[in-house]
Each structure stands twice: as C-alpha cells, then as structure tokens.
Design a binder for this molecule. Structure first.
Ligand code: FE2
Length: 468
C-alpha cells in the first residue's frame, strides 16, 4: 500500500495529487464547442505518487499529463503519469527515490546523463513527438492520443545535457531552440544551447560558461538573437545544511543577459549587465536591428526561495508583473517599463507570431490576491499592447485558472483571432473543467465549458496540437 502524503502546503487543496488514471468519453459541455476547434489541449503538472517525508517541493513531483481531445464538437479526456524510468523505479521501490536516481529501464544501469528523470513542467509537439519536459531532464515522449509513455525522444542522445521546459519553436523554420543549465555537473556554470530541426534532428548542442551557476527556467529568441538571461537564484550545495535549499537569491551576484546572434558560435556570447530582479517566464521577444524588445513577468526577487540569509520573500515581493524590456545590443543599455500592475504569470501569445513583434498578451492574473490564498490566479487577462486596452474573465476569487493556451481559428487570420483554452478549478465543486474563450472577447465569458467529475491538480503549462 502507499503511505499517506505528508502535511505540506504544496500537497493540500488542489495542489494535492490524484491517484488514478482515467479515460472519459464525451464530456458534458455547457455552451457549444466552436466549429474548427479540432485538436488536443495538453496540460502537465506535478502529481507525485511518492514524496519524501521532508523537503518536498512542488517543482519536483512526478509529472502527470491531462489531454482534452476536441473532435466534431465533442470533448474526450485522458490522464496518465509520465512513466519515466525514475517513476517506474519508484513504483518498484514503492517509495520516493533521490533526485539523482535514474536507471536504464532495459539494463538497470544508472544513466547519469538523463539526470533526475522528471517530466512535469511543459509539453510540446515537435518533430512528430509529444514531449513532456522538465528543465533538469531530457525530453520524454508520450503518445499524443493515449498518453502512453514512449520513452526518451529519438534525439535525446544527441543533446549535450538536459533541456529547458521552455523551448521556442520558430514558426517559419519549424526549428526548436532550447538550452540546458548545469550541463557539466550539478552546480556547474555550464549551459548548453540546443537547436533541433523540424524533423527532430539535433543541429547544434553547444556548451558555454556563464558568470555563475543559477536556476534558469526560460529564455528568449528573436529572428536574429538568442537571449540567455541569468538572474541570481544561485546554486551552492553547501546551503543545504543551513538553508535547506541549494538555491538562494543572491542580489550581490548581479544579473546578466547573454546575447548571441542566432547562427554564431557560442564563443560569441556577450554578457550584458542587467537590473537585479527575477523572471520565470518570457512572453516573447523580437528585434529591430540591434534593438531587442521582450516582455517578461518580473519579480523583485525569486518567489518561493530564500535569500542567502535564509529569509523568504515578503508578500509584495512574491508578485510578478508584466514588464517590457528594451535592450540595445550595440550599447548594452537596458530600460524597463511596467505594463500591467497586477499579479500575473503564465504569459502566452499567438505563437504564429513568436520571435516577431507581437501585439496581444494573454496571461493568468490575480487582482484579488491576498496573503495566504495559495497563490491562485482567478482571472484570464488579455492585454492589447498597442492600444493599452485589456479585458479579463474572472472565475471568482478562491477558484483557480491555469495558463491560457491560444488556439488560432482555422485559416490565415490576424494575430489574436482565435480561442483561449484553460483549465479551471472550482473550489466549491472540487472539480475542474476546460473552458473555451474567444481570445478577443474575454469579458463575454466562456463560449464552452467541458466538465470533468474530478480535479485537475494545479500544474504548470500546456499546449495545443491541431488535429491533422
Ligand atoms: Fe515554466
């Protein structure tokens, strides 16, 4: 039998895992699924089967994928764990295993280059594979319809180290750009820049050194440049004894943005000093000659992590806000402007405009956020960055929305012509649903809501794969 989970804030409420895998046909739909919305929404997040008695962190729970398949105005649902070798080894051991434990499922040998074997953060369709991602691990393939675990992607052997959960897919070339950090060893200052072509063939996987070792969750790519922002959530294994975490926010270390021309060798990376703050996620980036613009969710410090003295951020420091950055590559000048003064996360665009100038930003927001509310986002907000206008759909304080995923309407529409799909957890029902919103008319509320009889635990990210 499995043991009860420890009493931990990231294992309570809708952060608690569910303990089953299900297949549900023909969900009850309120409203009408729009014509042309044909494909699958994938959501992924931590859903641990086993956790250690001490020291659990949300970021490190075993991943579960939820798929909502939209076909002919009907919606069906499947959820499955990402059965990585680490997951299977924990099943066999009937208990949690250390992060570094990873074995080859065929030989049982420890496979060090696969690192911790998690797949819980993001899920992308690329190179004819559905890839479940976690930044310390290799991409893990799952069957797009059944979510059967297929193993590591066919290009994993060619990647020099792990890959971020936030790769960028170039809408023109189909290339996937990614990176890894601590590529040399745990705590190393080595990063890797990966480029994989649209067939899934690794074109480059080049290592380079950074000013210090830090957690790097996301990055940004324009038509001409790759940016590797480095904020000082630095790593030092010796902190485990004093802080209980090897990662701590060290403002004294400064911040840098590594700038690389897209086709240049990594020896050409320039490190430009940047304002000290913290960013998990970038909305998008573009450049006009040497002038780069990118939008990010800026935090004053790293939320949920201590500083080097062991102090956790205060409430206001733990709120991220949509901010526009201007970086002049020629002069190194950086300017920032606050775009939206509201707690926000999980920013997304119409991905057809990735790496180019974007007009529309979509994100989860929390205008009613209160201390102790568990960090819930209760709104989905659209910001028109050209006009400054915005619209939100508010599901009600106390309920939680996921990252909104943009799905374009069929045909060559303008930027923003499409739908936003998100999962919604309603506290009173203790169930989740997937909602379909008109991306340009959020205030009108969902055009369709497909209901589950169970919860989709709060997770991280999702993506859409159009039916073929
Ligand atoms: Fe993320």
């Amino acid at each position: 039998m499995a043991n009860p989970l420890p009493n931990h804030p990231q294992l309570r409420g809708n952060y608690a895992p569910i303990n089953f895998e299900a297949t549900c046909q023909d969900l009850i739909v309120e409203g009408a699924i729009p014509k042309g919305l044909e494909g699958s929404l994938y959501r992924i997040g931590p859903n641990p089967k086993f956790v250690p008695d001490q020291g659990y962190h949300w970021f490190f729970g075993a991943g579960m994928v939820h798929a909502f398949h939209f076909a002919g105005s009907r919606v069906s649902y499947v959820n499955r764990w990402a059965r990585t070798p680490k997951f299977e080894a924990e099943q066999a051991a009937r208990g949690p295993l250390p992060m570094s434990f990873i074995t080859d499922p065929d030989t049982g040998a420890v496979v060090s280059d696969r690192r911790n074997g998690l797949a819980n953060t993001h899920i992308v369709w690329h190179g004819d594979q559905l890839l479940a991602l976690e930044e310390g691990s290799h991409p893990f393939s799952m069957a797009p319809d059944t979510l059967e675990s297929l193993g590591y992607g066919h290009y994993a052997q060619d990647l020099q180290g792990a890959m971020t959960a936030h790769p960028k897919i170039d809408p023109f070339t189909g290339e996937l750009h990614g990176f890894g950090y601590m590529s040399g060893a745990i705590g190393s200052k080595t990063m890797t820049y990966h480029v994989v072509d649209q067939q899934g063939v690794v074109k480059r996987s080049d290592r380079f050194e950074t000013p210090y070792s830090a957690m790097v969750h996301d990055f940004a790519v324009t038509r001409d440049y790759v940016l590797f922002p480095l904020f000082p959530l630095t790593f030092d294994l010796d902190r485990m004894a004093t802080l209980g975490s090897p990662f701590a926010f060290d403002a004294e270390a400064g911040a840098y943005i590594g700038v690389l021309e897209r086709d240049a060798p990594v020896s050409g990376i320039r490190w430009i000093e940047a304002p000290v703050c913290f960013v998990f996620h970038y909305l998008n980036a573009w450049n006009d000659g040497p002038l780069i613009t990118f939008d990010a969710i800026d935090f004053p410090v790293a939320p949920n992590f201590p500083d080097v003295s062991g102090n956790l951020p205060g409430f206001s420091e733990a709120q991220g806000k949509l901010t526009r950055w201007h970086l002049n590559v020629a002069t190194g000048q950086i300017d920032r402007e606050l775009i939206l003064d509201r707690a926000a996360e999980f920013p997304r665009i119409d991905d057809r405009f990735a790496m180019d100038r974007h007009r529309h930003a979509f994100m989860a927001t929390a205008s009613g956020r209160q201390k102790g509310d568990g960090g819930l986002f209760h709104e989905i907000t659209h910001r028109d960055l050209d006009s400054g206008q915005q619209q939100s759909w508010d599901v009600g304080f106390g309920n939680g929305v996921s990252e909104p995923v943009f799905v374009p309407k069929p045909g060559q529409g303008q930027e923003g012509e499409g739908w936003l799909l998100a999962t919604v957890f309603e506290t009173e029902r203790s169930t989740s649903s997937v909602v379909v919103l008109d991306a340009m008319a959020l205030g009108e509320g969902p055009v369709a809501t497909a209901r589950l009889d169970h919860r989709v635990p709060f997770g991280f990210h999702g993506n859409w794969r159009a039916a073929t």
